[in-house]
Ligand binder design. Structure first.
Ligand code: DAK
Length: 260
């Protein structure tokens, strides 16, 4: 697939996907969403890619939201279709078998914050700003923000952000658990790559199943979720990674995982 609004570079198993519409602070229009959908389908099926980093071009914005100019004239049915496409993209990221790290390099507002929320881990630069300012525009989040934000930071904090539309800085985002780590802007991509490389060195089957266990388990009650975890734990023992990982430990050497 050819991309107009995305840059994708893969080096040593780590794919960096950059949303590249700097003239609109990387806002998500229909085409960008379709491209993200295609990119994540490709990358999720590409065996050469093991970890994905998602970021925005330039120093100002990660993604400043859904594209307001494109949304303004939509009919109710078109808006529903647009929201459906956004949900599909966020779902594709969340369900990707590869870990996805958001490297938030600036404004992550509205749909941009929702995009970061769909990722597995969020690293932020000191310049990052987060918010769900949709209420300023007379709408509510349309790409899962009311749900994923509340699940991540809790109902009260999420509602404060959703009802006031206030923006928060990276330090506050870290304090409320919206981001995992804050680093200087110049070090952001390197920090994301370093974390990706750490994940890449682990047993690939286990990494994939751990993501699956957390994602699906959170939708279940605790008893069912623990049973599900036990099933996936058992499944690890069907992999050569488990044999190699434990053998390497016993032989006091670094494991050589095959990912099967
Ligand atoms: N969409 C389109 N263009 C945008 C944009 C956006 N979200 N954000 C910025 N831009 C454009 C600006 O219009 C401007 O374009 P020009 O005037 O140069 O042509 C350019 O990017 C630079 O922006 P500014 O001149 O405004 O830059 P400043 O530094 O002054 O301000 C800012 C930066 C990020 C504070 C400001 O641009 C801003 O407030 N942007 C809007 C942020 C925002 O409200 N984001 C949330 C968008 S709403 C749904 C589906 C989806 C959604 C909701 C419902 N359904 C279908 C139900 C999702 C909604 C959203 O994400």
């Amino acid at each position: 697939m050819k991309f107009e609004n995305l840059l994708i570079e893969t080096v040593e198993g780590i794919a960096v996907v950059t949303v590249n519409r700097p003239q609109a602070l990387n806002a998500l229009n229909q085409q960008t969403l379709v491209e993200l959908q295609g990119a994540f389908a490709d990358l999720s099926n590409n065996e050469a890619v093991q970890v994905i980093i998602l970021t925005g071009s330039g120093e100002k914005a990660f993604v400043a939201g859904a594209d307001i100019a494109a949304m303004q004239p939509l009919s109710a049915l078109d808006a529903r279709q647009f929201a459906k496409l956004g949900h599909e993209v966020m779902g594709a990221i969340e369900k990707s078998p590869k870990p996805v790290i958001a490297a938030v390099n600036g404004f992550a507002l509205g749909g941009g914050c929702e995009l970061a929320l769909a990722c597995d881990i969020r690293l932020a630069s000191e310049k990052a700003r987060f918010g769900q300012p949709e209420v300023n525009l007379g709408v509510i989040p349309g790409f899962g923000g009311t749900q994923r934000l509340a699940r991540l930071v809790g109902k009260g904090v999420a509602l404060e952000l959703l009802l006031t539309g206030d923006l928060i800085d990276a330090a506050e985002a870290y304090r409320i658990g919206l981001v995992n780590k804050v680093v200087p802007q110049a070090e952001l991509l390197e920090a994301a790559k370093k974390m990706a490389a750490r994940i890449l060195s682990k047993g690939p089957c286990a990494v994939k199943l751990a993501k699956e266990a957390v994602r699906n388990g959170l939708e279940m009650d605790l008893d069912k979720a623990n049973q599900y975890e036990a099933d996936l734990f058992g499944l690890c023992f069907a992999s050569s990674d488990q044999k190699e990982g434990m053998q390497a430990f016993l032989e006091k050497r670094t494991p050589r995982f095959q990912g099967n």
